[in-house]
Design a binder for this molecule. Structure first.
Ligand code: MG
Length: 221
């Protein structure tokens, strides 16, 4: 069983069993453009299994079927309360925290799947494709939709944006998803990546940061 860690204060970190991992695709227009696609009119949603979560050491292993692993740094929402058909105005009551995540992607496998009209399950759901830092309580994050977001590879900045550029906002996304999926405590929502995604190879070190949140660190085996 994989866990999420939620920092309550300097002395207390709560361990929460992870539920399902919902992810948005193309939620920043500049990233949608670099992927050669239009900005979505409705959220593009995919799932990662809980087994996709990397161990605490942040080691990423590239499956042998792929030769093109890409980094995607993202704001991640931690759900704290069970809900279905949540209204936009009520959605804040279902959030318990925010974190920084990496949605690691087998871009070659995703391209094949897109071309053939197949699901992205392999490209997005493989072991070690989901990595996140310690979550921070919602109350400590004053405006999650206006935070600088960045990813470095070996100390070089590769992605740099702000969460204000998200197309589908947090309240809308929770309301939208909860019409389809019952949200439960321990569920995560990856809010999509800004532009600047790119390939990483064996030996690379990744650091994802969002201002005010705990960074996420990973390395490619
Ligand atoms: Mg992503």
């Amino acid at each position: 069983m994989k866990s999420i860690f939620l920092k309550k204060n300097d002395l207390k970190i709560e361990e929460i069993p992870v539920g399902k991992i919902l992810c948005l695709g193309k939620n920043y227009s500049e990233h949608a453009k670099e992927m050669g696609g239009d900005v979505p009119k409705s959220p593009i949603v995919f799932l990662k299994p809980s087994t996709a979560i990397a161990d605490k050491d942040g080691k990423i292993e590239i499956p042998s079927i792929s030769n093109e692993l890409h980094h995607e740094v993202e704001l991640v929402i931690l759900i704290g309360k069970k809900g279905k058909n949540i209204s936009k105005s009520d959605s804040q009551n279902y959030i318990s925290g925010y974190g920084v995540g990496l949605d690691m992607t087998l871009r070659d496998q995703q391209s094949i799947a897109k071309k053939e009209g197949n699901p992205w399950t392999i490209a997005k759901g493989f072991d070690t494709s989901a990595i996140f830092g310690t979550f921070i309580e919602k109350e400590k994050v004053s405006n999650p939709e206006n935070l600088d977001i960045q990813l470095t590879v070996n100390g070089i900045v590769k992605q740099k944006s702000n969460t204000s550029f998200m197309i589908f906002k947090i309240n809308y996304t929770i309301s939208f998803l909860s019409k389809i999926f019952t949200l439960e405590p321990g569920d995560l929502i990856f809010m999509g990546t800004p532009e600047g995604v790119g390939r990483v190879i064996s030996g690379d070190s990744l650091v994802g940061t969002i201002s005010g949140l705990s960074e996420v660190r990973a390395f490619v085996k």
